[in-house]
Design a protein around this ligand. Structure first.
Ligand code: NAP
Length: 281
């Protein structure tokens, strides 16, 4: 007999569920017997994902939301809780990227990314905290990035909210010690999704291209399987991706060296270093 999965009947709220990592999470958590609440802006895409769930297609609560609309999010939390009467896990996965130099990026775009990638996540977590405290359990998962650990050219507006997530959630974790509420920060490397196609340029235009590095990147199915393993183990911080993860070690032990390596063309540089160090291609 198949053993019961850790996530069987757990209520999991996934943001950014309409594509990429979030979409794949929906399929894998559904396979594991979880009950899902799925959010993003595009309701049509959420319905498509819902209809494709491997177990009980169409069974998820589709809860469209725009993380930029911070003042709407408290009500979304109430809607989410009332559907199943509880929530066990919140996965703050939604996010957008930027591809432009800081000097060419308008302050409105800096603020937009801060709202979507940082304040939106914080608002949902804060909304849920009183419920998690009352039920004396809960797990908040935050999808960060290597850009949450160090900066590279053309990603300033993206790196800022990703760094902020670490500051906020590490502080929150220390406040929640021994409460039964857990925080996991996931750091994906370069994962095969269309994140760059959805990215914005400095004045808000759509970037629209899937970059080569992302076409050849770490498969999203494998990345999500590993993320789910880390979530089950309640890892506090977890890296998933290809050998580009070695930059975390370089940054920890010699931030000076990493800064010089990534000054120009970071992806090309990282790839050439990986090839030299790991014979990887
Ligand atoms: N792929 C990578 O290599 C990589 C690396 C490091 C970190 N990450 C992180 O992983 C997460 C998922 O990215 P992905 O690669 O799966 O990219 P993706 O395919 O572009 O997915 C992004 C998701 O976020 C949602 N979203 C965007 N803006 C939103 C808003 N204003 N309100 C609500 N939802 C919004 C999108 O849905 P709608 O457009 O329907 O709203 C979509 O479902 C992001 O936080 C990203 O920073 C990805």
């Amino acid at each position: 007999m198949k053993s019961k999965s850790h996530f069987q009947d757990k209520v999991i709220w996934i943001t950014g569920a309409s594509s990429g990592i979030g979409e794949e999470m929906c399929y894998q958590f559904s396979e594991l017997g979880a009950k899902l609440i799925i959010s993003a802006r595009n309701e049509g895409q959420l319905k498509r994902v819902n209809a494709q769930l491997p177990r009980n297609p169409g069974s998820a609560m589709v809860l469209p939301l725009d993380l930029e609309m911070i003042s709407d999010l408290a009500e979304k939390v109430i809607n989410a809780i009332s559907y199943y009467g509880k929530i066990d896990l919140l996965i703050n996965n939604a996010g957008i990227a930027v591809r432009d130099f800081a000097k060419n990026t308008s302050i409105e775009i800096d603020q937009k990314l801060m709202n979507i990638n940082y304040f939106g996540s914080v608002a949902l977590s804060k909304g849920l905290l009183p419920y998690f405290e009352a039920q004396e359990s809960g797990h908040i998962v935050v999808v960060s990035s290597l850009s949450g650990k160090y900066g590279v050219p053309k990603l300033a507006a993206y790196a800022a909210p990703k760094h902020a997530l670490h500051g906020f959630y590490e502080s929150l974790r220390s406040e929640l010690m021994d409460t039964g509420i857990f925080i996991s920060l996931i750091i994906p490397g370069i994962i095969q999704t269309e994140i760059t196609a959805h990215a914005v340029l400095g004045k808000g235009e759509n970037y629209g291209k899937v970059e080569t590095a992302f076409k050849k990147a770490y498969p999203v199915e494998k990345a999500v399987r590993k993320m789910i393993g880390a979530i089950e183990k309640r890892k506090e911080e977890y890296y998933v991706g290809g050998p580009e993860g070695f930059t975390l070690w370089v940054n920890r032990f010699s931030p000076w060296l990493l800064r010089r390596l990534i000054r120009n063309h970071p992806l090309k540089k990282i790839r050439s270093i990986k090839e030299k160090l790991f014979f990887w291609n």
